[in-house]
Every structure is written in C-alpha cells, then in structure tokens.
Design a protein around this ligand. Structure first.
Ligand code: NAD
Ligand code: IPM
Ligand code: MN
Length: 373
C-alpha cells in the first residue's frame, strides 16, 4: 500500500528514538512491498526557534494530508518563561485533529519480567490497555468569566493566585467511554472506569455516562474505581485489569506509574486517535509515553522500544497492516529474548547496548522472520 507518514521527532531523545522507529517502518515497507512516504518537520524547541511557535501552521497543514503522525517528544530541561512552550505542539495537534482517545497498552514482555521492580508473581498475566481521555479536563480548563483564558496566574490583593478549571461535557465523556467498551469487546471484555466521584462533579457525571454506555454492552463486565484505589491496585494486582478508561490528568499519571510494570517508561507506546477515517483505519498520532528525557539525550542511551512499538500501533490502527504490526512486536520480543537491552532495563541482566544498536537488532529480527516465512 501507499501511505504518507508525517514524522515529528522533537526535542531531547525524541529524534534518537524516532530515527529507530522510522527505520523500522522503512524495513517493513521493503519486506512487505509497501511505499511509505516520510515527511519530517520541526516541533518543540527547534520550531519555537525557527518558526516562533511550538508547531507551525504549515506543519499542521502537512499533518492533515498524512495518514498518520509519528511523534518523538517535546520539552526541555528549563521552561521558557512566558514565551511559547514546546509542549504546546502536543495540545495543538490533539485539538486540531480531535484526538480524544489515547491508547496506552501495558504488556510486560516475558524476557523482562525480572526488570520490573515488582516481583514476577505479581506481574503474571498482566495485559492492560489504558484509554486516556485526551481532549478535555484540566489541560483545557475553561473559565466562564474570562473567555479564551483557560487558566491563569493573577494578583488578588497583594498575593498571587492561580486557577485551572476541570470541565467535561457529556459528549466528551461519552465518546471516550464508548471507545473503551468497544475495545474491551475485542479483548477480555472488562472495563474499569476510574474517577474521583467522591469529590469531583465531573466524575459524578462521568459515572452516569459510563452506566448508560455500559447498558449498550451487556457482554462487557465493568466497574467504577476511585483513582487513588486504582493507583494502589495497579501495583497490588495489575493482572485484574483489562481496559482502564479515565480522564486526562488521571490517565497521564496512572500510565507513568503503570510503565514500571513493563520495566521502564521507555517501553510504553501510545496511539492518540480521533474519528477521521483513513483508507486503512483511523487517523492518529503515535508516540512513546515518555518525554524528551534531556538527562540522557544525545548519548545513545534512550530505550527506543516505546517509539518502535508506537510505529507498530501506527501500522495497525491507521494503515490496517495487522500482520506487519504483529511482526514488529515479535521482532522486539525476539531481541529481548536474546538478552539485548538498553541500560534502563538492563539491571536484571542481559547485554546492555545503545539506542541505535537496539533498533538495528529489531530490524535484523524482522528480516530473519521474513526469510523464515
Ligand atoms: P521523561 O519521560 O522525559 O523522563 C523521566 C525519566 O525517565 C528520566 O530519568 C529519563 O532519563 C527516563 N527516560 C525517559 N524516556 C526514556 C527512554 N526512552 N529510555 C530510557 N530512559 C528514559 O520525563 P521528565 O524528565 O519529567 O520530562 C522531560 C521533558 O519532557 C519535560 O519538558 C516534559 O514536559 C516533556 N514530556 C514530553 C512528553 C511528550 O512529548 N509526549 C511526555 C512527557 C514529558
Ligand atoms: C504525555 C505528556 C504530556 C501530557 C505533556 C508533555 C503535556 O506528559 O503525553 O503523557 O501530560 O499529556
Ligand atoms: Mn505524561
């Protein structure tokens, strides 16, 4: 098939891990006879420098032409004061393309079961999928009194105060909850909806919508869970979860926590999906869950697996290339089974290698699997 993929590597370790994921996509194209056209542009700090904004309007227009976006990470060590922030690139992309469902699967690889700080017996059977709401909540707080000013720091008397508001409409809740129930139907048919309904009005409304959507899916078992309980149970009994659906900020925090089930934040991929169709599936933005990791940038130390598995999600969800996506995941598994690891997952043994070598070993495994078929 022909596909246009927009690549936005970004800051810090973003370009290093994205390079490996792009080369994996190129290998897939070669082995399976596809034509992927790759277009690359600046986002984050370099875009602020070059275009005066974390993402340029022209870049967004190019993204709109593409079947999917492969994103690295944005952000720096120091914040840029009052000027544009690199993270705004993400919000513009999420808003522009109405990417409301952020899928973050957590499935520890067998070869890494000892790399998690958790005992192997706690991890056994863990295979969960977070569906994080990505278009609303505190990130897009809305002040009725000051239109267009979602949050601010302001003076009150001779002291300062700051305000962020948490707003959810019924429609924003419903579309992501529906996505979660539909995805659960393709898995173990269980949904945990996570909220803070003992405190927040938005969570009370969230529960009502979940109960209504759940009635449309009698084949799916489900429960409400408070977010603090969920944070605890993710460590106590991660295997009890199948699909976990939650609002934006809770999902951000819980998925960094859950990354440790897989051994490292560098392991987790993500897909941010909206409703626009592509010939092979649905338009989306794919990126590792981790950030720009400035502390290890440009040292060939970053784990590229989260980025490579994000490329696999791109193949599956936006291009509809299911066997290719599974082949990439199997190649990652084979490299780990051979004992090769970046340093973040090497503390339980194995051979520590760099970002680029790990990526090239994944591509080598793809070619080996192709020859065997
Ligand atoms: P981070 O995820 O960048 O790093 C947290 C820790 O995990 C660091 O010690 C880092 O070295 C390590 N780490 C991260 N990715 C790794 C990888 N692939 N391999 C090995 N180790 C890895 O989070 P942070 O340090 O809190 O944030 C740094 C910057 O990234 C901030 O500006 C933040 O806003 C931004 N950020 C961006 C995204 C994104 O672009 N989607 C996501 C999260 C954070
Ligand atoms: C993520 C990141 C972003 C978020 C930041 C960088 C804005 O942490 O994608 O998980 O909180 O959504
Ligand atoms: Mn995050």
């Amino acid at each position: 098939m022909n596909a246009l993929i927009m690549v936005l590597p970004g800051d810090g370790t973003g370009p290093e891990v994205t390079d490996q994921a792009v080369e994996v996509l190129e290998t897939v194209a070669e082995l399976y006879g596809h034509r992927f056209t790759i277009r690359t542009d600046l986002v984050g700090m370099d875009a602020i420098e070059a275009y005066g904004a974390a993402i340029a309007d022209d870049t967004l227009a190019d993204c709109a032409q593409a079947d999917a976006i492969l994103f690295g990470a944005v952000g720096g060590l120091t914040q840029v004061g009052d000027g544009p922030r690199p993270e705004q690139a993400l919000f513009r992309l999420r808003t522009e393309f109405e990417l409301f469902a952020n899928l973050r699967p957590v499935r520890p690889f067998g070869a890494l079961i000892d790399a998690s700080p958790l005992k192997p017996e706690y991890l056994k059977g863990t295979d969960l999928l977070f569906v994080r709401e990505l278009s609303a909540g505190l990130y897009y707080g809305h002040l009725e009194t000051v239109p267009g000013k979602p949050s601010e720091i302001r003076r009150r008397g001779n002291r300062m105060e700051a305000i962020d508001t948490l707003l959810y409409t019924e429609d924003q809740i419903e579309r992501v909850v529906r996505t979660a129930f539909e995805l659960a139907g393709t898995r173990r048919r269980n949904v945990t909806s996570v909220d803070k309904a003992n405190v927040l009005s938005s969570s009370v409304l969230w529960r009502r919508v979940v109960e209504r959507v759940a009635r449309e899916h009698p084949e799916v078992t489900w429960e409400h869970m408070l977010v603090d309980t969920c944070a605890m149970r993710l460590i106590r009994n991660p295997a009890e979860f199948d699909v976990v659906v939650t609002e934006n900020l809770f999902g951000d925090i819980l998925t960094d926590e859950a990354s440790m089930l897989a051994g490292s934040i560098g392991m987790l991929p993500s897909a941010s999906l909206g409703s626009r169709r592509t010939p092979g599936g649905v338009f989306g933005l794919y990126e590792p869950v981790h950030g720009s990791a400035p502390d290890i940038a440009r040292q060939d130390r970053a784990n590229p697996i989260g980025a490579i598995l994000s490329a696999a999600m791109l193949l599956r969800h936006s291009l509809g290339l299911h066997p290719e996506a599974a082949a990439v995941e199997a190649a990652v598994e084979a490299v780990l089974a051979d004992g090769f690891r970046t340093e973040d997952i090497a503390y339980a043994g194995g051979t520590a290698i760099g970002t680029a070598e790990l990526g090239s070993r994944v591509r080598e495994q793809l070619a080996i699997a192709d020859q065997q078929n």
